[in-house]
Design a protein around this ligand. Sequence first.
Ligand SMILES: NC(=O)c1ccc[n+]([C@@H]2O[C@H](COP(=O)([O-])OP(=O)(O)OC[C@H]3O[C@@H](n4cnc5c(N)ncnc54)[C@H](OP(=O)(O)O)[C@@H]3O)[C@@H](O)[C@H]2O)c1
Length: 254
Amino acid sequence: MTQSLKGRSVVVTGGSKGIGKGISRVFALSGAKVAIIARHLDQAEAAAAEIGHGAFGVVGDVTSLASIESAFGTVAGRNGGIDVLCANAGIFPQARLEDMTSKQWDEVVDTNLKGTFHAVKAVVPYLKRSDQGRIVLTSSITGPVTGFPGWSHYGATKAGQLGFMRTACIELAKYGITVNAVMPGNIITEGLVGLGDDYQKTMAASVPLKRLGTVEDIGYAALYFASKEAGYVTGQTIIVDGGQILPESLEALA
Ligand SMILES: NC(=O)c1ccc[n+]([C@@H]2O[C@H](COP(=O)([O-])OP(=O)(O)OC[C@H]3O[C@@H](n4cnc5c(N)ncnc54)[C@H](OP(=O)(O)O)[C@@H]3O)[C@@H](O)[C@H]2O)c1
């Protein structure tokens, strides 16, 4: 595993639960100084305490540029700067197109897409001063590659993140900052565990590797993009889904 995250200042938006917590854990175990951002400070602090290795929680809401600027200011003050942003905060409420309200659409876009823009914009001044400036987005297979009923708004934001990335990485290249994205498949998080074993088994059956992903599976992919070794990789995506998008039909899985 790369040693290049040792002592680096890393912020993870949405790091208090699920994939963000997995990313935070993997980076902390790699020696990074990890700051976990979430709207609920108590949950961010609880996740940081569980992870240990000097991780700490900071309150921040990616839907507000001022809130996220303030959070990053706190992190930079405490860690002496910021080297890596994992822009991971996201929501996925389901609503079928015919029932979806404009407000529901806006909520998902404001968090997932505008929130990505806010986090990236707010971190650039810090990354410009780093010699290992890295931005890693958490996108999804849903939207860029696949679809799922109830997630037209969500899928649009996850595909939108990749469109955003492809211009952001060009604009930020002059500072040596890279921007890449991880595209998770179905990952076991606290929310999914609550849906029960049968649900998980059905989901796993559609995956060639016959299991759902772990949050650490995503963390290791993010770690690669953030590493010194990935310094010449920008504007790229990696799908981490156990092969889920590949079968042409159910027969292909038999
Ligand atoms: N789980 C999957 O299978 C899967 C698959 C593909 C992609 N993803 C992507 O992975 C990311 C994380 O998903 P997850 O399943 O791990 O979600 P999760 O378990 O629900 O956790 C979401 C995290 O985001 C934070 N958050 C939500 N809204 C926020 C806001 N406005 N500002 C700051 N933080 C906010 C939450 O904390 P607070 O509520 O305290 O703010 C929490 O820490 C999302 O971008 C999602 O699209 C997930």
